[in-house]
Design a protein around this ligand. Structure first.
Ligand code: SF4
Length: 289
């Protein structure tokens, strides 16, 4: 990077960092600072590196149960799932039989037979891959050393899909994300917000979105998952939900999408324009001003 471009690049990142701070302040004023901080901590903890194989297998099963439902219902029956699946110990899950799978349909868990069968089958596969004292996480670490995070960990994703049942491209990436591989996939809400702010293109690969969030986090000395959690919270419970509430959004003056939706109440000369800091942010994302 040339000497001349460095200050400009820093200015761009400062503008984006300011947007993240506004998002965080908005979250706090809506939910309270304690609840907002607790949500961020929970999200970071859910994506920490797994403690061991049992923890990693539990997260894999939760991703399968969450498919099509989201993680809320899974979190609500997490204890029942732990009990039904023998604490998610792969060697014990491998021993569950047809009768036990049928009995699970009467338990207070997500009663989807295909998902139950997939988790039992994956327990068998996990156990078979680690028979002899191996660890599946060691296999993951070895594969990760030969993979490319900037492309979203494609080899790791392919390995998971080959090793386990009922894992498509999206669920494999989501599993990796929940094992601490931040670049594996973007959160749909965080992505929606950044797209509406014109910080990323709607068709940008997930890894591009994650790189931007990781850069912001690095600049702020933060965990990338914590920045993503704030953006996701703003998109789930704040104004930038699927049907946005732009009229009560703190980012309105900085958001091309929100400004474009505003009714034309004023003559052209008084029409609102994206602020200077937004133009800087757009430029930071490679967009023409
Ligand atoms: S102004 Fe509207 S589209 Fe833009 S960030 Fe806010 S809620 Fe989302």
């Amino acid at each position: 990077m040339s000497k001349g471009s460095q200050p400009s690049s820093n200015a761009h990142m400062r503008a984006l960092t300011a947007i993240v701070r506004m998002v965080e302040r908005s979250n706090e004023s809506r939910s309270g600072s304690d609840e907002t901080a607790a949500r961020v901590r929970r999200y970071v903890a859910e994506h920490d590196a797994p403690r061991d194989d049992r923890d990693a297998f539990a997260r894999l099963c939760c991703v399968i149960f969450a498919a099509g439902l989201g993680f809320g219902p899974v979190a609500r029956c997490r204890e029942a799932l732990e009990a039904a699946f023998c604490g998610f110990e792969p060697s014990r899950v491998a021993e569950l039989d047809e009768a036990r799978a049928t009995a699970m349909l009467a338990m207070p868990i997500i009663r989807n037979r295909a998902k139950i069968d997939a988790c039992i089958d994956n327990g068998r596969r996990w156990h078979a891959l680690t028979t002899g004292g191996g660890s599946y996480l060691a296999r993951v670490a070895a594969a990760a050393a030969d993979d490319d995070p900037s492309e979203g960990w494609p080899r790791l994703s392919a390995m998971l899909r080959a090793d386990f049942s009922r894992l498509g491209a999206m669920t494999a990436r989501l599993t990796l994300k929940r094992w601490g591989f931040f670049m594996a996939g973007s959160h749909p809400g965080a992505r929606r917000l950044l797209t509406r702010l014109h910080c990323v293109d709607a068709a940008a690969p997930d890894a591009h979105v994650q790189r931007l969030i990781a850069s912001l986090a690095q600049k702020a000395g933060r965990d990338p998952y914590s920045v993503e959690a704030s953006l996701a919270d703003f998109a789930a419970d704040g104004p930038c939900r699927k049907e946005p509430h732009c009229e009560r959004c703190a980012l309105l003056e900085r958001c091309p999408t929100g400004l474009a939706q505003e009714p034309q109440k004023a003559p052209e000369t008084n029409a609102r324009r994206p602020s200077e800091s937004l133009q800087t942010a757009q430029s930071a994302c490679g967009l023409p001003r």
